[in-house]
Design a protein around this ligand. Structure first.
Ligand code: GAF
Length: 385
């Protein structure tokens, strides 16, 4: 087991033992990166994510009541709810596990109460999907503990997504929960979000590596304009008489332009362009052509910044620094509004890029950015120590 994960498991087990006693079982689910295909998932398009080794870990033990008692180590927050409570906690941080439990019950799983302690090393608010990791960790754990692990991973994925939609209020796509549930060590996954079909792509580029630079500008999708972006896309699809933007061509979009709200048009323009870029990246990867992959990443950033308008000054600055250092590809990653850039960097440039990004960011904004090397790890699972 990777060293960091082992250390986190020990912290979580110890905290569980102090609060609730012995015999808990351990579960983990990862955060994610996404190479390309941003804001395409809820438009029926393709995404190209990978699970990372940074994970949420939970120690859980059934307690034979209808109560769920929890301690979130990273938030230093103790809370509880009753499984039969129709409303659940009002604090948004407490609604993730509640939502997963209620959705499992809606799927016919006979849950009992349990005690749990959880925490991890997926940075919060960095756009690495800590909330999906939390949902998937509990969905997988409850499937193992109360349903003999016989709920298929796609159903568990949808339980996580439904938690965001119905209990948290973020109308997210399927990507984050999908990859947290289906991740495989050393592989990225290309997912067709319309059909649900996916294939694994081993990710071992020679001479290149991926690194995230966390702007430490807090990314927050709850109550953010994320839902507004989705609504824009849905309005354009409805105006075109198609189910999702996946079914719209650039020609058709441009022909409709005068009938569309100017902002909605810009949003759709980005999404259709992103579909083309994902295809180009898939072809380039087959040829081992990482320069093309990187160029498409820069183009994605331009679209996300100018047309989708989900970037910010700090992130644009980090992408510009990457470009000026000769980094192969760089863009904002995930939902946006802060968080991380994802960078495809030649090994030979790595040290220069990292030190330049750190010093330039500090000088410009008076803030430290955080460098997060990427390792592609496995999906949600039970941990045996
Ligand atoms: C967030 C959402 F949760 C995903 O579903 C996806 O839309 C992503 O933003 C943007 O690609 O992480």
């Amino acid at each position: 087991m990777e060293n960091n994960l082992k250390a986190i498991c020990e912290i979580i087990s110890t905290a569980f033992a102090e609060r609730f006693g012995s015999d808990a079982q351990l579960f983990a689910a990862p955060g994610r990166i996404n190479l390309i295909g941003e804001h395409t998932d809820y438009n029926g398009g393709f995404v190209f994510p990978g699970a990372v080794t940074q994970s949420i870990v939970a120690a859980i033990k059934p307690n034979g009541t209808r109560d769920v008692r929890l301690f979130a180590v990273d938030l230093d927050m103790e809370y509880s709810f009753n499984l039969d409570d129709e409303q659940g906690p009002s604090d948004v941080n407490q609604r993730y596990v509640y939502g997963v439990c209620r959705e499992m019950m809606n799927h016919g799983v006979a849950l009992d109460g349990f005690d749990a302690v959880y925490g991890g090393n997926v940075p919060l608010g960095a756009g690495m999907s800590s909330s999906a990791a939390l949902e998937c960790c509990f969905a997988k754990a409850l499937s193992i503990l109360f349903a003999n692990d016989n709920i298929d991973p796609m159903t568990l994925t949808r339980i996580g997504q439904a938690t965001e939609h119905k209990y948290v209020g973020v109308k997210c796509g399927i990507m984050d929960q999908f990859i947290s549930m289906h991740g495989r060590e050393g592989s990225l996954v290309r997912l067709d979000c319309r059909s649900g079909k996916f294939d694994y792509h081993p990710w071992h580029p020679e001479d290149y590596r991926l690194v995230l630079v966390n702007s430490c500008i807090h990314h927050e999708l709850v109550g953010s304009p994320y839902n507004e972006r989705r609504e824009s896309c849905e309005r354009v699809a409805a105006a075109a008489g198609v189910e999702t933007l996946r079914d719209l061509t650039m020609e058709r979009l441009n022909a409709m332009r005068s009938n569309l709200d100017a902002t909605d048009y810009k949003r759709a323009l980005y999404v259709l362009g992103e579909e083309q870029r994902v295809n180009k990246v898939c072809e380039a990867l087959q040829q081992g052509d990482y320069e093309t992959v990187g160029q498409q990443m820069y183009l994605t950033h331009e679209g996300l910044s100018k047309n989708y308008e989900v970037s910010c000054e700090e992130i644009d600055f980090l992408v510009d620094i990457a470009r000026s250092c000769g980094v192969t590809g760089s863009r904002i990653m995930g939902g946006g509004f802060g968080g991380c850039t994802i960078n495809l960097v030649k090994d030979s440039l790595y040290d220069l890029f990292v030190s330049t990004a750190q010093s330039a960011y500090k000088e410009r904004f008076g803030l430290n950015c955080q460098i997060i090397p990427v390792e592609i790890g496995p999906g949600a699972r039970k941990i045996i120590m």
